[in-house]
Design a protein around this ligand. Structure first.
Ligand SMILES: N[C@@H](CCC(=O)N[C@@H](CS)C(=O)NCC(=O)O)C(=O)O
Length: 202
C-alpha cells in the first residue's frame, strides 16, 4: 500500500495513526508529498490533490481520512477503532474533526490573507476550536484497550495540531485533561512517530 502524506497534515496523521494502530505500519510505502506542489502520483490517486491518499495493493486509490478509516475498519475489524462504545466514539470524533477543519481552514486562509486569524471568518473558526476544546475537555475520550479508538485519535491529532500551528495563542482555553491524553498517547509509536512537524526543505 502506498500512502501519500505530509508531515503537517492532521488528516494524513489520522490515516497514519489508524493504519499503525491496526498493525499496518510496516506494510506502508510512505510517499512524503507536499500537496500544494501538484505531485503527479498524488493527483493520480486523488483528483483533489489532497493528502491523505492511500493506494491499495490492487491499485485502487482511497482518499479522505475518515473514509480510509472506514475502509480499514471494514476490511480489518480487529482491533476496532470504534472501541467499546462506538456511538460515543463517533460523536466525539465529530467534535474533534470539526475543530480540525476549522484550524486547517485558518491555515489555508493565511495563504490568501495573512491577517485572516483576526478577521470575522478567522474568529468564527477560532470559536469552533474553543468550543470543541471545551466540549472535549469536559468529557475527554480515554486511551485504554488494544488500540486507540477514533475519538482518541481525532482528539489527540487535534490537540497536537493546535499546539503546532497556534502555539501560545492567547485565545486558547486551558485543556489539562486533553494535554494529559495527548501526552499519554505519545507513549504509543503510532502517535510519537507521527507528531506534526514542518515539511523537510526540498
Ligand atoms: N477532508 C479531507 C481533507 C484533506 C485535506 O484538506 N488535506 C490538506 C492537507 S491538511 C491538503 O492536502 N491540502 C491541499 C489542497 O487543499 O490543495 C480529509 O479528511 O482527508
Amino acid at each position: 500500500m502506498r500512502l501519500y502524506f505530509s508531515t503537517t497534515s492532521p488528516y494524513a496523521r489520522i490515516a497514519r495513526v489508524a493504519l499503525a494502530e491496526k498493525g499496518f505500519a510496516d506494510d506502508i510505502d510512505g510517499a512524503l508529498t507536499d500537496p500544494w506542489k501538484d505531485d503527479q502520483g498524488l493527483l493520480a490517486a486523488n483528483p483533489s490533490a489532497r493528502v491523505p491518499a492511500l493506494v491499495l495493493d490492487s491499485g485502487l486509490p482511497l482518499s479522505e481520512s475518515l473514509l480510509i478509516v472506514l475502509w480499514l475498519e471494514t476490511r480489518h475489524p480487529v482491533p476496532s477503532l470504534l472501541g467499546a462504545a462506538p456511538e460515543r466514539a463517533i460523536s466525539r470524533s465529530g467534535v474533534a474533526m470539526g475543530a480540525i477543519d476549522a484550524a486547517a481552514s485558518i491555515i489555508i486562509g493565511r495563504r490568501l490573507d495573512p491577517a485572516v486569524d483576526e478577521s470575522p471568518f478567522g474568529k468564527r473558526r477560532r470559536r469552533s476550536i474553543v468550543n470543541a476544546f471545551e466540549r472535549l475537555e469536559a468529557d475527554p475520550p480515554e486511551l485504554s484497550g488494544d488500540a486507540a479508538d477514533l475519538a482518541v485519535i481525532a482528539t489527540v491529532v487535534l490537540v497536537d495540531y493546535i499546539r503546532f500551528r497556534f502555539a501560545g495563542a492567547p485565545w486558547l482555553p486551558a485543556i489539562p485533561r486533553l494535554d494529559a491524553l495527548a501526552s499519554q498517547a505519545r507513549g504509543r509509536t503510532s502517535f510519537s512517530s507521527t507528531m506534526p512537524r514542518d515539511m523537510p526543505a526540498t
